[in-house]
Design a binder for this molecule. Structure first.
Ligand SMILES: C[S@@+](CC[C@H](N)C(=O)[O-])C[C@H]1O[C@@H](n2cnc3c(N)ncnc32)[C@H](O)[C@@H]1O
Length: 138
């Protein structure tokens, strides 16, 4: 029963993912629109970046709001991301900085461009859990 439920969930998720890729229906965007109707500028940024990130619209929105917060509150510093994949999240940051007229920060993008490196015994979580155990498939 548990396996059937998991399979159903996977099929449903894949179906919506295909609709999104084909630009037919974006389920996450529909939910987002209901909750954050006023954010027109974010929509423009989202449309430009969505093809270059595997992250959700909600996480992209939180990046946009974080940039707005640091600009409006004049918090100094550069922007860094480790593990950029195709760069979509940093595109959100860069376009948000431009929109909020903050052009003096540097942005740094890092990636192995070869996927994840193997964990070693030196890699532990902040709770001292062994990374080798954490990344093992369940
Ligand atoms: C889940 S993806 C990141 C998604 C991305 N932030 C986005 O907006 O779509 C993880 C990325 O981390 C990279 N990566 C894995 N281990 C890394 C490491 N030790 N240093 C830098 N990048 C790493 C992978 O190559 C991959 O591109």
């Amino acid at each position: 029963m548990k396996i059937i439920k998991k399979f159903e969930k996977l099929i449903k998720h894949s179906f919506f993912k295909i609709l999104k890729i084909l630009n037919i229906y974006d389920k996450e965007y529909e939910i987002f629109k209901r909750e954050f109707r006023e954010e027109k500028q974010f929509r423009i940024i989202y449309e430009k970046c969505k093809a270059y990130t595997m992250t959700s619209i909600f996480r992209m929105y939180s990046l946009y709001k974080s940039i707005e917060y640091i600009v409006k509150n004049k918090i100094p510093g550069d922007i860094v991301e480790y593990g950029v994949w195709r760069g979509g999240s940093m595109m959100v940051c860069a376009l948000s900085l431009l929109y909020f007229k903050d052009i003096n920060r540097k942005i740094y993008l890092y990636d192995t461009y070869e996927g994840h490196v193997e964990s070693t015994i030196k890699d532990v979580s902040y709770r001292c859990k062994d990374a080798i155990e954490l990344v093992k498939p369940s």
